[in-house]
Design a protein around this ligand. Structure first.
Ligand SMILES: [Zn+2]
Ligand SMILES: [Zn+2]
Length: 102
């Protein structure tokens, strides 16, 4: 396994999100990742954000909308994992964003 930083992909558009806040692989603990670390889809009109606690959610001017939430909880309790790639069948590959989680 390589340790290169992996992009977090939009679960709708399957393209890497723009990361804000901390970088992938940093050791994160609450409340730091609470509002500092998330991904944002750069596709026009896409409101998908990745939040390490909530997973993929829509964010609008009104705030976070969890109706179309998609997440996959880390088995070690780090919150939601992120989609970093897609397999041959197009299925999402989830990975934990936590640096200590391998
Ligand atoms: Zn998107
Ligand atoms: Zn984890």
């Amino acid at each position: 396994m390589s340790s290169r930083p992996l992009p977090i992909c939009c679960d709708v558009h399957r393209q890497p999100m723009e990361m804000t806040g901390c970088q992938w692989g940093m050791s994160l603990s609450p409340p730091d990742y609470e509002d500092k670390y998330f991904g944002r889809c750069t596709r026009e009109g896409c409101r998908r954000h990745f939040h390490p606690e909530h997973g993929y959610v829509d964010v609008s001017d009104d705030g976070m909308d969890t109706k179309r939430r998609q997440s996959s909880p880390c088995p070690k309790g780090h919150g939601s994992m992120a989609i970093v790639d897609f397999n041959g069948e197009g299925g999402p590959i989830w990975r934990c964003v936590h640096a200590d989680c391998r």
